[in-house]
Design a protein around this ligand. Structure first.
Ligand code: ADE
Ligand code: ZN
Length: 370
């Protein structure tokens, strides 16, 4: 399962700087023709946390608008504080940052800014995560969150031609009761949601904690996905639970699956798609003599990989084209593999078959034209 090519790519990744701090520009060393190919490629992304697209500049603007103080002198000082080394230390910064989001207009502005950036990079369809429990905690009504984002989705589709849907994430390290309360508060707005997911700190919060939530979401016509973050305690058990017991419709990250040929076989048999985010979660390290590149290993295992940007505002503001450009080098991706990853993306969409075919036709037209 872990091939020589995988290991070499892993070694190259390990030699790189910390996962979000880069010495070189994304396109450095990439064939200029491939750079153009990536820019023009019609794309989707399914693993982007809207709160993780909250750029420092917008944080300052929203804080000003909402009369809140921030403990940073300026944008540069705020960005310099984005210093994390693992999931838990990242999440502390991420949750602190979203406290400036208070009004429906804030959620609209946040979502529109992401959709505008994505559209400018030829993302034609996206399914976006949001973390309502964190906003409910601060007294923000669910309606303000969902309707603000929904307004942005409608405007972006009309103005920019980008189609999108919304996935409500349960914050797994909060209580199961607060997740259920969030689901119940969201169900009156279920026509604006396409699915539910599971994010935040996995350690001690396995997917089965949310079995009842997933069942209720399903009964309400929603799809189900779950983060299986890289190198988490019990990761293979959690991947198995998500895949076999809870029968999720997609897995977010999930790269440790390459360490279990049995789970790889089950994922293939279930035609499972993975939303992989190599910027911060691109390398397996735990318990290994040599680091392993996640994208390379999953492709070599024959798994259905899609690629996303995760939390770009906290990851050097690198949105999808930059993520793909870096993946070319770190995961040794060919043009054919990039095209396959784009195809996987449209096939993985939570859309009616006819709509998927339209997206795939746009991809085919592009591939035939280059
Ligand atoms: N919340 C935001 N980004 C996340 C990630 N990559 N993993 C888990 N929870 C998250
Ligand atoms: Zn994520």
């Amino acid at each position: 399962m872990i091939t020589r090519r995988t290991l070499m790519a892993g070694l190259a990744a390990a030699a790189a700087l910390p996962r979000w701090a880069y010495a070189a520009a994304p396109a450095d060393g990439v064939d200029p023709a491939l750079v153009q190919f990536i820019k023009g490629l019609p794309k989707s992304e399914y693993h982007v946390h809207l709160e993780g697209t909250l750029e420092a500049e917008m944080k300052f603007a929203l804080a000003r608008r909402n009369g809140l103080g921030l403990p940073f002198a300026d944008v540069a000082a705020m960005k310099a504080s984005y210093n994390y080394h693992d999931l838990a230390s990242f999440l502390a910064i991420y949750y602190d940052g979203m406290k400036v989001l208070l009004k429906e207009q804030d959620f609209r502005d946040l979502a529109y800014a992401y959709l505008a950036r994505a559209a400018a990079q030829n993302v034609i369809y996206t399914e976006m995560f949001f973390d309502p429990q964190e906003h409910l905690k601060r007294g923000v009504p669910m309606e303000a969150v969902i309707m603000g984002i929904t307004r942005a989705r409608r405007e972006a589709e009309t103005m920019l031609g980008i189609r999108s849907q919304l996935i409500l994430c349960f914050v797994r390290d909060s209580s199961a009761e607060s997740a259920m309360a969030a689901l119940d508060a969201a169900l009156p707005f279920k026509q604006y949601l396409v699915g539910v997911g599971l994010d935040s700190d996995e350690a001690g919060h396995p997917p089965e904690k949310f079995a009842a939530h997933f069942a209720k979401a399903r009964a309400n016509g929603l799809h189900v996905t779950a983060h299986c973050d890289i190198d988490q305690p019990g990761t293979l058990t959690n991947i198995r639970t998500a895949l076999v017991d809870l029968k999720v419709d997609r897995i977010d990250h999930g790269g440790n699956i390459v360490q279990s040929p049995e789970l790889v076989a089950i994922a293939k048999q279930r035609n499972m798609y993975f939303t992989v985010c190599p910027t911060f979660s691109g390398t397996l390290r735990k318990g290994l003599d040599q680091p392993v590149d996640v994208v390379r290993a999953m492709l070599d295992a024959g798994l259905k990989v899609t690629i996303s940007s995760d939390d770009p505002a906290y990851m050097a503001s690198e949105y999808i084209n930059d993520v793909l450009l870096r993946a070319v080098t770190r995961s040794n991706l060919s043009r054919a593999e990039l095209a396959q990853i784009a195809r996987n993306g449209f096939e993985a969409a939570w859309l009616p078959e006819a709509d998927k075919r339209l997206l795939l036709a746009r991809l085919d037209a592009y591939l035939a034209s280059v």
